[in-house]
Design a protein around this ligand. Structure first.
Ligand SMILES: Cc1cc2nc3c(=O)[nH]c(=O)nc-3n(C[C@H](O)[C@H](O)[C@H](O)COP(=O)(O)OP(=O)(O)OC[C@H]3O[C@@H](n4cnc5c(N)ncnc54)[C@H](O)[C@@H]3O)c2cc1C
Length: 451
């Protein structure tokens, strides 16, 4: 017991030390008063955007509210980062036409994303079309990206939260929340990129952008079982299956892969993908042995009369035992013809989404109708761009969401740099003498702030 307490205390101390180090590192970064391009959000899309803009010749500042840029990348793919997919194509996304216009033809889109990573020095490996860093460490992806950003002179301003922005001269003035010294600051930029990820509504709404309501997707599905207690008993068990989501008797989607039973419903990659389409009242049927015909199941059980383990050879024995019990028990007459439909279509009823706090993606955000897909420029707002999950674009598991972050980030970076080259930013050097670098600033233009 004492040993456990010491370990917990040790972990707390090392977390506190790490935080202190990150704070020191973030505080050491001097914020310029102005830049060609200001990117709000130092996640996947923001960093791809910043690198591309800087390589096109723009001075770039990334504002990241957490203490480290690229932190969101570390959690992806269970720490392995499934950063792209060989089947990258617009049809994988909720707005295929918009994504097609932005990403280009499938082969071209994949080549562009992989070209970006090749230039970062990343070596990858494929697993059923999913692409991972060869090291299977998300840190590899994050580190090579940050190194490239630093090499091309991007200012990575971590621990700086954007709280609002206003038009200023030909560009934008972005206001920041108080930092370590308790002072508020601002930065001027010719082009402003919103790359603040999911749950971006407050920032985008304050800028007056049209929004689609946000909701979590790629999370577990809440479900009720055909008999009470079944999910509780199976909780923690996994099965390879084909899941069919049906509404009013019509199949909405089928998905093959692993399901994880939970007391509240169904989790695992299959359920994550179903969550993009499921609504309360829908039915989910799990074919728990897709490679085995119903008559084979029938035959197996019928040829082992009274054997409670008759299905152990094709299913997880715990699941097999539950199904035989559900069919009336091994001794019951007609168990064979009752159990086969359960193996081939164990029914559940969707009650809603579950474990939403751990959803991988937020649907909704900035409406794609507000943007020019080719440049990702906000229509009628010169110098304003948006990319990544901040937009109402989402896809199934498999590396497609990160692929969108990289692709849209690169597009935004190129467009923002082009825009900045054509606009003269009213640099702080233009403001009255005595205003020092990295000093607090007052904005003159009407400010659009977060509520
Ligand atoms: C657990 C988990 C696992 C995942 N695994 C995968 C996977 O394997 N493959 C895949 O394709 N997708 C995966 N995803 C989804 C993927 O991570 C996202 O689609 C992707 O990160 C979106 O990139 P983004 O840059 O748009 O947003 P983010 O990566 O979320 O970055 C946004 C950044 O903006 C910052 N920010 C927000 N507001 C402000 C502000 N006002 N001022 C300054 N900074 C701000 C945030 O702190 C954040 O760092 C996973 C998601 C999760 C949660």
């Amino acid at each position: 017991m004492a040993g456990r307490k010491t370990t917990q205390k040790g972990a707390r101390t090392s977390r506190a030390r790490e935080r202190e180090l990150l704070e020191q590192r973030a505080a050491a970064v001097t914020m310029p008063r102005s830049a060609d391009v200001c990117v709000i959000g130092g996640g996947a899309a923001g960093l791809a955007c910043a690198v591309t803009a800087a390589e096109a010749g723009a001075s770039v500042v990334v504002l990241e509210c957490s203490l480290e840029c690229g932190r969101t990348i570390l959690a992806t793919g269970n720490g392995r980062c499934n950063f792209c997919n060989t089947s990258l194509a617009p049809g994988n996304y909720n707005h295929p036409e918009f994504v097609a216009a932005s990403m280009g033809e499938p082969g071209e889109a994949l080549e562009r994303v992989l070209g970006f990573w090749e230039s970062c020095g990343l070596v990858w490996a494929e697993e059923d079309g999913r692409l991972y860093p060869r090291s299977r460490q998300a840190a590899s992806v994050r580190n090579v990206l940050l190194a490239r950003a630093e090499r091309v002179g991007v200012t990575l301003a971590a621990g700086r939260e954007a709280t609002g922005a206003a038009r200023h001269g030909g560009g934008w003035r972005v206001r920041l929340a108080q930092t370590w010294d308790g002072q508020e600051r601002a930065i001027d930029a010719a082009a402003l990129v919103i790359a603040s990820g999911g749950a971006t509504s407050a920032l985008a709404g304050a800028l007056g952008l049209p929004l689609v309501p946000e909701s979590p997707v790629l999370c577990a599905v809440g479900a009720s079982a055909p008999v009470p207690g079944l999910l509780e008993r199976l909780s923690g068990r996994r099965a390879h299956c084909v899941a069919a989501l049906t509404r009013g008797g019509r199949v909405v989607m089928r998905e093959a892969g692993e399901v994880l039973f939970r007391e509240y419903g169904l989790s695992g990659i299959v359920s994550f993908n179903l969550s993009r389409h499921a609504a309360p009242g829908d039915a989910i049927e799990l074919d728990l042995a897709p490679e085995v015909d119903a008559w084979e199941v029938d035959h197996l059980v019928a040829s082992h009369p009274g054997d409670a383990h008759a299905l152990d050879g094709i299913l997880d024995p715990a699941i097999a035992s539950e199904l035989i019990t559900l069919a009336g028990g091994a001794q019951a007459g007609g168990v064979a013809w009752r159990v086969a439909p359960l193996v081939k279509g164990l029914p559940f009823r969707v009650t809603g989404l579950a474990d939403e706090a751990h959803a991988q993606v937020t649907r909704g955000g900035i409406s794609v109708a507000a943007l020019d897909a080719r440049t990702l420029a906000v229509r009628d707002e010169p110098g304003l761009f948006a990319c990544g999950e901040a937009l109402d674009v989402d896809a199934a598991c498999g590396g497609f969401n990160l692929a969108w972050a990289w692709s849209s980030g690169m597009t935004c970076g190129a467009s923002a740099a082009r825009n900045a080259a054509s606009v003269r930013v009213p640099h702080f050097s233009d403001t009255p003498a005595g205003t020092k670098n990295d000093a607090p600033v007052r904005t003159a233009a009407p400010e659009r702030t977060l509520s």
